[in-house]
Design a protein around this ligand. Sequence first.
Ligand SMILES: [Zn+2]
Length: 235
Amino acid sequence: MQNLYEGIILKYVDYKDNDKILTIFTKNGLQSLIAKGVKTGKRANLLDTGNLISYDIVKTKGLPILTTVILKNSFAEDKPQYSFYILFLLEVILKIQREGEDESLMYYILLYCLQNLSGNSNLYLSLFLVKVLYYEGVFIDLYSCLVCGKEFNENSNIIVSSEGVTHLSCSNLKEKNINNDTIKLLRYLLNFDIRKNKFNFSIDDLIIKESLFYLISFTENFFSSSIKSKEYITV
Ligand SMILES: [Zn+2]
């Protein structure tokens, strides 16, 4: 028989002697539940953060209790060298923190990025942050200047600040201009459809790092808090 639910374990805290309280990201948003008797024994490994599981619950007056669980994918165990990237993705999802809403779009994007991290981790982190910002309603105009309103062209010197994207000449900030290829990559990521598109071309690593750097600062600015696990990834 099929389990009723499927989700990705975002975090857990120890509870009582041998139980854990899990926070799971599903298509329908966050779900918290109690897993009994799981600190030791066979089920302990099934419930690591970042694991994709299918599961069933019984409802109680308090938190639901986990009954059956099947491990579908352990991303961190399969690819330990990517565990910090996985932590990063999970930390950002936890910042969205809504319970009981339709989150299927973000759910499939998280799953897609977890499955593809080994390709080019920084690229998938960038894609993920672009989609998170879009999903949260943060509109970054990558096509025209925030100050003068004119469209950018191939020769524009463009800078990116926490306020937005402007011509270098329209800003008071004395910052380094952003590479035009980075702007192109950000536009590409914004329009990227995980059901249709594939990254079947090579993109310069420095361009990817620059785009990720800006996306992290946009995201931190939006949530008004830092992403702690960025310390462990190389940007
Ligand atoms: Zn301008």
